[in-house]
Ligand binder design. Structure first.
Ligand code: HEM
Length: 374
């Protein structure tokens, strides 16, 4: 458990399920009781759907809050969120990426096998992460990319992610830090420029392919025709507030969000699932028996269509997500107007942080974390 998580947990134990910390310009409210969280997120979801004003660095990285996670509640957020869920993450679209998934499973298999053969310890997490990243890149930019191109994208996204902590100090008094921490500001803009230089050509490729398709079908492109990438859907959107299309920088921001939001969550979930299968051999055995019933003799892989016949696998995944949610804390929410919850008042300007780890297991639970605890 990280220091901040432990500190909040002990504050909750002392002061109850809602605590307010006055840090910086706005109150920071932490909610750690699953009944309160249910009341907020499920029963009053629309009231809690807003996000607090983004911090200066988050605003710059998200190209003026043009990322779903940072968008204020309103028509633009609804449009972007509906686009992601209805056009990309719905079951039939997910099915259309099976070609990409097969390719990525092969990459994962090869990497695990070659590292195992080398005799060195196998760092499973690193390979899961890379495989998930490859899959998300293909879903984002189309499945005509090769591993070299994916590695270029990975490098630039990784650089931004690992330096994020270092840039957070720039949120305080940007006017002053622009003078005293000039080099750090320059580095932030340099990394953003690198991100644009790497991602924009892929966005332009999708734009070109889309224009070509609109001129008529081409047999050479028939494989690509059937797969709609996330960028394709973004190119079609019209921002309702401003009645215009998204510009390239905004598509860079949304693509980067897609890659980062999808990679660490799924990788952490996979890591916990595998750790639990190792820790509880009887569960592993039960799953193995169920898989054996579905996989026909001589076959090595489970077909995606057969997954429906392995309900125990789904149960294992859901249980791992409940016990070890990849986010200990959810990204801050805000209320659209002052709200009273039980005996507490939640002011409009507050950043509300929901403790997802406590939600799934109650106050005596196991808690979640980004790292496996020994
Ligand atoms: C195991 C997998 C995943 C878990 C556990 C997970 C969890 C979450 C959670 C807890 C939130 C915050 C919701 C809120 O604040 O109300 C969230 C938001 C989000 N997730 Fe995921 N996520 C997963 C996979 C993905 C994937 C694969 C993508 C995209 C490719 C994705 C994209 C997003 C986006 C864009 C948001 C912001 C939604 C909004 O603000 O309206 N997530 N996710």
């Amino acid at each position: 458990m990280f220091k901040g998580e432990a500190m909040l947990r002990s504050l909750h134990a002392k002061f109850g399920p809602i605590i307010t910390l006055n840090i910086g310009a706005r109150p920071f409210i932490s909610m750690a009781d699953r009944n309160l969280c249910h009341q907020a997120l499920i029963r009053n979801g629309a009231l809690y759907a807003d996000r607090p004003e983004a911090l200066p660095i988050d605003k710059i990285i998200s190209r003026n809050q043009l990322a779903i996670l940072y968008s204020r509640c309103g028509p633009t957020w609804r449009l972007l969120r509906r686009n992601l869920t209805a056009e990309i993450l719905n079951p039939s679209s997910v099915k259309s990426y099976s070609h990409a998934r097969n390719w990525v499973v092969q990459i994962l298999h090869n990497r695990l096998e070659s590292q195992a053969k080398s005799g060195r310890p196998v760092f499973v997490m690193e390979h899961f992460r890379y495989a998930m990243f490859c899959l998300l890149v293909l879903m984002c930019f189309g499945d005509k990319l090769d591993e070299n191109q994916i590695k270029k994208i990975e490098e630039v996204e990784h650089q931004l992610l690992v330096n994020l902590q270092k840039f957070s100090i720039l949120n305080f008094c940007p006017r002053v830090t622009k003078i005293v921490l000039r080099k750090r500001w320059e580095e932030l803009f340099r990394l953003l420029k690198c991100q644009e230089d790497v991602l924009i050509p892929f966005i332009r490729e999708r734009k070109k392919a889309k224009e070509k398709r609109s001129r008529g079908p081409n047999m050479e492109d028939s494989k690509d025709e059937s797969v709609v990438s996330y960028v394709d859907t973004l190119l079609d959107l019209h921002l309702p507030d401003e009645n215009r299309k998204l510009n390239e920088l905004e598509i860079v921001s949304l693509s980067s969000e897609f890659l980062s939001a999808g990679t660490d969550t799924t990788t952490t979930a996979l890591q916990w699932i595998m750790a639990n299968l190792v820790k509880y051999p009887h569960i592993q055995e039960k799953l193995f028996m169920e898989i054996k019933e579905v996989v026909r003799d001589g076959e090595e892989k489970i077909k995606e269509d057969d997954l429906k016949q392995i309900p125990y696998l789904k149960a294992i995944i859901i249980e791992a997500l409940r016990r070890h949610p990849p986010f200990h804390f959810m990204f801050p929410h805000a209320v659209t107007e002052d709200v009273v919850v039980g005996e507490y008042v939640i002011p409009k300007e507050a950043a509300i942080v929901i403790n997802a780890a406590e939600m799934g297991v109650g106050s005596k639970g196991l808690g979640g974390s980004h790292v496996i605890q020994s």
